[in-house]
Design a protein around this ligand. Structure first.
Ligand code: ZN
Ligand code: ZN
Length: 151
């Protein structure tokens, strides 16, 4: 997709142009919403976008997100049992921690930088680009809840 070196600190218009997408107000607003709220559902991003661009439709947010994913500008992650979550940070092979209790999602960097950190025993001839790893566990807030319930 040629999007491995997107610098997501660039302003929204530059990001869109670099990804080959036309710069529109809803798209810029969705980029800004993703930047502030990574790992968000489309409907949550829609709430954020309409706070600044009230005339935006939910469909245009969905369209923008799918355009971003196609262009390699955003990534869609789908932890088991969760709706699709979107984030801007792509191309760095980072992984996710997901809390099985409250669904909180955190980024964790790949242990070996850009190289896929999971080297399969047999690649079956595939040229590997990345490995997506989801670590499942219970976040500190939920661990605290459980401890206070049992004490
Ligand atoms: Zn939790
Ligand atoms: Zn992430």
């Amino acid at each position: 997709m040629g999007a491995a070196h997107i610098d997501t600190t660039m302003d929204a218009a530059t990001l869109l142009r670099n990804a080959g997408l036309r710069v529109t107000t809803p798209r810029r607003a969705v980029i800004d919403a993703l930047r502030l709220h990574p790992h968000s559902r489309a409907d949550a991003l829609f709430q954020v976008v309409t706070a600044t661009v009230p005339q935006t439709s939910l469909q245009s947010v969905y369209n923008a997100l799918s355009d971003f994913v196609d262009a390699g500008l955003a990534r869609r992650i789908e932890p088991d049992g969760h709706p699709g979550l979107f984030e801007l940070r792509v191309g760095d092979n980072h992984h996710h921690l997901v809390c099985t209790s409250c669904g909180d999602v955190r980024d964790v960097d790949c242990a070996v930088g850009e190289t896929p950190c999971l080297a399969p025993a047999d690649t079956h001839g595939f040229a590997l680009h990345r490995a997506d790893v989801t670590y499942w566990g219970v976040c500190p807030a939920c661990t605290g809840d459980a401890a206070s319930l049992t004490s």
